[in-house]
Unconditional design. Structure first.
Length: 277
């Protein structure tokens, strides 16, 4: 059944052409995705950030295809209008094109994703072309690529040096030529992101890349204030849910120990006895 105003790859391109900003966020389960869907978010990314945000890993590297399938399928059950994109986790696409096809195909067929996202520039262009050959839409990701955290030496701004900036622009054009429908730009100088956005026809979606991109994305838990860790500079916290949740749980524990919960209003009465005489 068709969904009015359904977000598709062509819809995102139209938004860029008309100057309408794209709002994207991550989600990892049905309740979170349902909130994003109700709020009218355009793109919902089931990110491999689930590893460090929800699964307790230090970074995204341990995340498996099976874990991505589990979380993508959960989000899928709540999404109708937004476009659902799934991250391809580390080593699920870099080694062999056939493996990449198999893993991406599972994210589409079993997970219900409508597209996949993978990290890298010229080195992943052949994989992108293979995925498109079997009609799997691909979103690119340049700049700070978290799956390369060990090589780049941590979570650092990328593209500050002229040669790095030139390579990023070149990679963006290569990704566009390979057929991506959008490119995430993470942790790059705002002017560089603006330049890339001008030079490619596909939408750019920024995270820590300034206001000049065609859209923006944040990790849901970061913008809701669910983490105890300091937020990166590019995160704006729209709520402080961790503090609210911590307070609620503490009050609950206190009331249980103080025997004020459950009260009569939270308890069931036995059925009234019927007088048979």
């Amino acid at each position: 059944m068709s969904v009015p105003d359904k977000v598709t790859t062509s819809k995102l391109l139209e938004m860029k052409q008309k100057g309408r900003r794209i709002a994207a966020l991550t989600a990892y389960d049905a309740p979170g995705a349902a909130i994003l869907e109700e709020a009218g978010v355009d793109v919902i990314l089931v990110g491999d950030s689930v590893g460090n945000v929800r699964l307790g890993y230090e970074n995204t590297l341990p995340v498996t295809v099976e874990q991505m399938l589990h979380h993508t399928a959960a989000a899928r059950r709540a999404v109708r209008r937004a476009m659902l994109v799934a991250d391809m986790p580390y080593l699920s696409y870099e080694l062999d094109a056939k493996e990449a096809l198999r893993h991406a195909g599972r994210l589409i067929k079993e997970g219900g994703a409508e597209a996949v996202k993978l990290e890298g520039g010229i080195e992943v262009a052949p994989v992108i072309k293979e995925l498109l050959r079997v009609n799997i839409p691909v979103m690119g990701h340049l700049g700070l690529t978290p799956q390369a955290v060990n090589r780049i030496g941590g979570y650092k701004v990328q593209g500050r040096r002229p040669q790095e900036a030139e390579k990023l622009v070149t990679d963006a054009r290569i990704l566009e030529g390979a057929g991506v429908f959008a490119i995430v730009l993470e942790c790059v100088p705002a002017e560089l992101a603006r330049e890339v956005t001008r030079k490619v026809a596909v939408p750019t979606i920024g995270i820590g890349a300034g206001p000049g991109c065609d859209g923006q994305i944040l990790v849901l838990d970061d913008m809701l204030g669910l983490s105890s860790a300091p937020a990166p500079k590019f995160v704006k916290r729209y709520a402080d849910l961790r503090a609210a949740m911590l307070d609620a749980v503490r009050r609950y524990a206190e009331e249980v120990r103080g025997e004020s919960f459950p009260g009569p209003e939270h308890s069931y009465a036995a059925a009234a006895k019927t007088n048979t005489h």
